[in-house]
Design a binder for this molecule. Structure first.
Ligand SMILES: Nc1nc2c(ncn2[C@@H]2O[C@H](COP(=O)(O)OP(=O)(O)OP(=O)(O)O)[C@@H](O)[C@H]2O)c(=O)[nH]1
Length: 401
């Protein structure tokens, strides 16, 4: 049953913080689009120069003493100290909000260090908070991934809901031939859609409103959150659109049936039929845990470029559900190394040729790098060479012997 409500008397005040280079870029793009009056955008950075370029009306330079306005140099500890130095300013801004969103890229210094600190202030002030963060592109290397992972672990302890959007996944959703600069710009467009969808969903513009308490209830399931988006063009099958939203590349491969709650934002033209709306609710209810709280908000957008647009945010996903996926038939991929090193004896070759199994659901580049380390170490043990030498091709190694 869905209830038609009149718009909120008191529209919640939403503050969206864009932290660090990536966060500020996203917030900048967001500020160029139509943002509701109840949404305040705040650009936060240690880098003074980048802040001067920001088009946000509220800009906060953090850690002037610690960083001298020069950025955190990819050191999260510096980002953390910078945020701590500006504790009072951050606290003042968070205090004014009913709901807080924070966005930024994990893997550098400012975002990775400052975002968990800001989330801890929101928790202290009892403000519901959703963090939307990216993880680095695989081409950025192992070290950045490692920094990002540690930052996300810290953030998970503080924030109500953490939506992690791997930059590689954002890229998958875009045209493969895109240039890198454009990839950044367009991936920010996706972040912008996520934030805009969320803020619109809890603002008063919706025909069927999601009220703040519902929103808080759904996001207060601690743990991972995941999201999917899909568009339905004229004549498309609605069921298919819903399934696309659940299997969207932005949604990691997780078992949604274990989600404890979901917020669904539907944007449609005024041609939407009640049967379509009911179909969305019924389909999602079937896919999720029967006890999950599913909240659906509808916003009419007359100039929408499609029939309807769907955004699903599933919250309270436990690690258990990730494990469940790993038990699925195709959940593992096997990687077999081809061993052509003639210096190895038969037994070592056999040992090295054993396939290594990697969890496909969680397979990411950092895992590939771990695998690379693992294989290197394994073969170092087999032929008793120092590990670092294994980066030298066998042919060259032989010549230097
Ligand atoms: N999608 C997207 N990702 C970005 C963008 N800019 C940076 N990133 C990602 O965010 C990570 C952190 O970069 P920044 O946000 O520039 O770093 P920072 O938090 O400002 O930290 P410092 O530069 O060390 O002070 C990078 O490793 C990239 O993966 C962007 O515009 N869009």
């Amino acid at each position: 049953m869905f209830e038609l409500l009149t718009p909120n008397e008191q529209t919640p005040r939403i503050t969206v913080f864009g932290v660090g280079g990536c966060g500020c870029n996203t917030i900048n793009q967001l500020s160029q689009s139509a943002v509701a009056d109840n949404v305040q955008l705040v650009a936060v950075n240690t880098d003074a120069q980048s802040l001067t370029l920001s088009q946000c009306s509220t800009r906060l330079q953090i850690g002037q003493q610690v960083t001298k306005g020069l950025g955190a140099g990819a050191r999260p500890q510096k980002g953390y100290e910078a945020a701590k130095e500006s504790d009072t300013d951050i606290r003042d801004l968070i205090e004014q909000a009913d709901v807080v969103f924070i966005t930024g890229g994990m893997g550098g210094g400012t975002g990775t260090g400052a975002i968990p600190f800001m989330a801890s202030i929101a928790a202290e002030l009892n403000k519901p908070l959703v963090a939307v963060v990216t993880t680095p592109f695989s081409i950025e290397g192992h070290q950045r991934s490692k920094i990002a992972r540690a930052g996300i672990d810290q953030l998970m302890q503080q924030a109500d809901a953490v939506i992690v959007l791997p930059n590689d996944k954002l890229l998958e959703a875009l045209d493969k031939k895109i240039s890198l600069v454009n990839a950044f710009y367009q991936s920010n467009g996706i972040l912008q859609d996520v934030l805009q969808g969320l803020t619109t969903t809890i603002s008063q513009a919706g025909l069927i409103n999601i009220d703040l308490n519902d929103f808080v209830e759904v996001i207060s399931h601690h743990g991972r959150a995941a999201m999917g988006v899909a568009k339905q063009m004229q004549g498309d099958d609605l069921q298919l659109t819903i399934n696309n939203a659940l299997k969207n590349p932005l949604l990691e491969q997780i078992d949604l049936t274990k989600a404890k709650g979901a917020i669904v934002s539907v944007m449609a033209t005024d041609q939407i039929e009640l049967s379509q709306y009911n179909c969305i609710g019924a389909t999602l209810q079937q896919q999720l845990d029967p006890d999950a709280l599913v909240i659906i908000g509808l916003t009419l957008v007359p100039e929408l470029d499609c029939e309807l647009e769907l955004m699903v945010i599933a919250t309270g996903i436990s690690d258990e559900s990730l494990d469940k996926v790993s038990k699925a038939d195709d959940a593992h991929i096997q990687i077999t190394s081809i061993v052509e090193d003639e210096t190895l004896n038969k037994d070592s070759k056999k040992e090295l040729a054993k396939p290594v199994t990697v969890n496909k659901a969680r397979f990411d580049t950092s895992e590939l790098l771990n695998l690379h380390d693992f294989l290197k170490e394994k073969s170092a043990r087999a032929i008793n060479l120092p590990e670092e030498e294994l980066d030298i091709p066998t042919y060259t190694r032989k010549q230097t012997c």
